[in-house]
Design a protein around this ligand. Structure first.
Ligand SMILES: Cc1cc2nc3c(=O)[nH]c(=O)nc-3n(C[C@H](O)[C@H](O)[C@H](O)COP(=O)(O)OP(=O)(O)OC[C@H]3O[C@@H](n4cnc5c(N)ncnc54)[C@H](O)[C@@H]3O)c2cc1C
Length: 489
C-alpha cells in the first residue's frame, strides 16, 4: 500500500522531498504555515542560484531554458569540480574536515540539479552577477553559473507544478504545532487542535532566523537589530518539535548566513515586487570599495576573496559593529560594476563631488576619522598593479593596519557615493542530524522512526561560512534523500 507522507513546509527542500516521495509511489500532503502568497518560504526570495559540481559546459547545456542563447557560444563557464567544491566548503570549516553531510552534498549536487531539470525545472546563466566580459568572452568566476529560470519564484512555480502533476496536495494556512507519536514512532502532526495522521513526517520548515528570541539566544544581543532577508515564518518551530522528541542538536548553532543590506529596508523581505527588484536591499559590492563603521574605521578586508566567499559572513561583521551599521564607499570608476540594486530608485545613498563633501554627509559616523581612513587608504593603494575584477588581481593596499588584498583602487574619480548598510540574516546553520535516509537521529544516533528532515533544518552542512548558491542545492539533495527515505522506510 502507498505510504502516506506529510511534509511540513513548502520551500525548495519540501518540494524536492515531495517530488521524490511521489516518484517513489507515496501519497503526499504538504502543510504550509503561510498563506498561498507567502508559501515557498525563503526559496521564493532567492535569486534561484544553485551551486553544483560540473566538469565542463557540456554538462550545463541540457539544464538551460534556452540552450540557443547567442551568448553561449562566447561564454567561458570553466568547470567546477567536486574537488573545487570541497575546497570551497573546507575554506569555511574552521579547520575541520568535510562533514559527512558536506560530502553527500558535493557528490550529489549535479545529479540533484539534473533530476530537477527532469521534472521541468530549467536554468539560466547568471551573466549579470557571476560573469565579467574579458577579451570579447563572458567569463564566469567563482564556480556559480546557473540560477533557476525566473529566480526563486520561478523555482517554486516550476517545482510546485511538478509536485501537483505527480498528485501532491498542498494546504496553506496550516502551521504545524506539534508531532503525534504512537508505538511505531511519529505518526502525524497537530495543526492547533486538529490531528493529521501519516506513516511518516518530513520536516522541511526552515531554521530560526525569523525568531528574535532564538537569534538573540544563539548569536547574542546584537542580533535583535538584524533585518530578516526572507520570510517571517521560519521561526524554528520544526526544530523545537524535533528536539521535543529527543532529536540531536547538530552543527553550528551560533552560525548563520547574513549579508550587508540597505540600512533602511523593512524588517523582512518583500515579495510584493517583481523578482528583479526584490533583491534591491542587498548591498554586496563592498569588494569594489571600502566599508567604514560608526568610528570611521574599516573593519574587514573587503577584497580578501571573491564576494561569493565573503558576502555571507560580512552581514555578521556589519551587525557586530558599533551601532550595527556601516557605510560602503565607492567612486564613479566602479559605478557601472555595482550590481543593479545599487541603482534602484529606492536605494539609500549620499553623493558628493569631493571626499570631504561625502564624509560630511555620512550620518552617525566619526567624520574626521572617516576622512583620515579614506585618505590613508588612498595613500596605501599600490598603483603598479592593474585592476581586474575577473580574478583575484592582487591590487592591494600596503602598510595599513588592515589592508585590502584585491581590487584596491584609489578614490579619485568623482562623484563619490556612500551607501548605509546593516546586517540581514538569510538562514541559520544549526539543525538536526539525519542518517543517509534523511531520518532524524536522536542524541545516541538512533533513528527516530517516522521522522525525517531536510533543507535549512539539517545541521552539519555549513559552519563558518557559505559559498553562495549552496543552500538551494542542499535543500534539493537532502530533500530528495528524505523523500525517498520516507517513502521506502
Ligand atoms: C533573500 C534570500 C536570497 C537567497 N538567495 C539564495 C540563492 O540565490 N541561492 C541559494 O542557494 N540560496 C539562497 N538563499 C537561501 C535559501 O533561501 C535557503 O537555503 C532555502 O530556501 C532553504 O529552503 P528550505 O526549503 O529549507 O526553507 P524555506 O524555503 O524557507 O521553506 C520553509 C517553509 O516552511 C514553512 N514553515 C515554517 N514553520 C512552519 C510550520 N510550523 N508549519 C508549516 N510550515 C512552516 C515556511 O513558511 C516556509 O514556507 C537565499 C535566502 C534569502 C532569504
Amino acid at each position: 500500500m502507498a505510504k502516506n507522507i506529510i511534509i511540513v513546509g513548502s520551500g525548495n527542500a519540501a518540494m524536492s522531498a515531495g517530488i521524490a516521495a511521489l516518484e517513489a509511489g507515496a501519497e503526499v500532503l504538504m502543510l504550509e504555515k503561510a498563506d498561498e502568497a507567502l508559501a515557498g518560504g525563503n526559496t521564493k526570495y532567492t535569486a534561484g542560484a544553485m551551486r553544483f559540481a560540473y566538469n565542463s559546459s557540456e554538462e550545463l547545456i541540457p539544464l538551460l531554458t534556452n540552450p540557443a542563447d547567442e551568448r553561449i557560444a562566447r561564454t567561458d563557464f570553466g568547470s567546477y569540480t567536486q574537488e573545487k567544491f570541497s575546497q570551497d566548503l573546507l575554506g569555511f570549516n574552521e579547520g575541520m574536515p568535510l562533514s559527512a553531510e558536506q560530502q553527500y552534498l558535493i557528490s550529489n549536487s549535479y545529479d540533484a540539479v539534473k533530476w530537477l531539470a527532469g521534472h521541468g525545472v530549467t536554468y539560466e546563466p547568471i551573466y549579470s552577477r557571476q560573469s565579467f566580459e574579458k577579451d570579447g568572452k563572458l567569463v564566469f568566476w567563482g564556480g556559480l553559473t546557473l540560477a533557476a529560470q525566473n529566480e526563486g519564484v520561478g523555482l517554486y512555480d516550476m517545482e510546485a507544478a511538478a509536485f501537483e502533476k505527480l498528485g501532491g496536495k498542498i494546504r496553506f494556512n496550516a502551521g504545524v504545532t506539534g508531532l503525534v507519536t504512537s508505538d511505531s514512532g511519529v505518526s502525524g502532526v497537530m495543526i492547533g487542535d486538529e490531528t493529521v495522521s501519516a506513516d511518516a513526517v518530513i520536516l522541511a520548515c526552515g531554521g530560526f532566523e525569523a525568531s528574535d528570541a532564538l537569534r538573540q539566544a544563539e548569536f547574542g544581543a546584537d542580533w535583535a537589530h538584524a533585518k530578516v532577508r526572507g520570510t517571517p515564518h521560519n521561526t524554528g518551530e520544526g526544530l523545537d518539535m524535533a528536539f521535543g522528541l529527543g532529536a540531536q542538536r547538530y552543527g553550528k548553532f551560533d552560525g548563520c548566513h547574513a549579508t550587508p543590506m540597505d540600512l533602511h529596508m523593512k524588517n523582512f523581505g518583500n515579495l510584493d515586487m517583481p523578482p528583479k527588484q526584490r533583491k534591491n536591499y542587498r548591498k554586496i559590492c563592498y569588494f569594489l570599495g571600502v566599508m567604514l563603521n560608526a568610528h570611521g574605521r574599516r573593519f574587514v578586508d573587503e577584497g580578501i576573496n571573491f564576494r561569493n566567499y565573503t558576502y555571507a559572513q560580512f552581514g555578521r561583521a556589519v551587525l557586530e559593529q558599533p551601532e550595527h551599521f556601516a557605510w560602503q564607499i565607492f567612486d564613479s570608476k566602479v559605478f557601472d560594476l555595482l550590481y543593479e540594486e545599487y541603482r534602484f530608485e529606492d536605494a539609500s545613498f549620499v553623493e558628493a563631488d569631493t571626499l570631504d563633501g561625502l564624509v560630511a554627509k555620512l550620518y552617525g559616523v566619526d567624520q574626521p576619522q572617516a576622512l583620515k581612513t579614506l585618505k590613508d587608504y588612498n595613500d596605501a593603494v599600490d598603483g603598479t598593479v592593474a585592476f581586474d575584477p575577473t580574478i583575484l588581481d592582487g591590487k592591494a593596499t600596503k602598510g595599513l593596519p588592515l589592508n585590502k588584498t584585491n581590487w584596491a583602487q584609489k578614490f579619485d574619480t568623482p562623484p563619490y557615493r556612500a551607501f548605509p548598510v546593516t546586517g540581514g540574516i538569510t538562514f541559520t546553520y544549526g539543525g538536526v542530524r539525519v542518517d543517509n535516509t534523511g531520518c532524524v537521529l536522536d542524541a545516541g544516533d538512533t533513528p527516530i522512526s517516522g521522522l525525517y528532515a531536510c533543507g535549512e533544518m539539517v545541521g552539519g552542512v555549513f559552519f563558518g561560512g557559505y559559498p553562495g548558491g549552496s543552500g538551494l542545492t542542499s535543500g534539493t539533495v537532502f530533500g530528495r534523500q528524505a523523500g525517498i527515505g520516507a517513502a521506502s522506510g
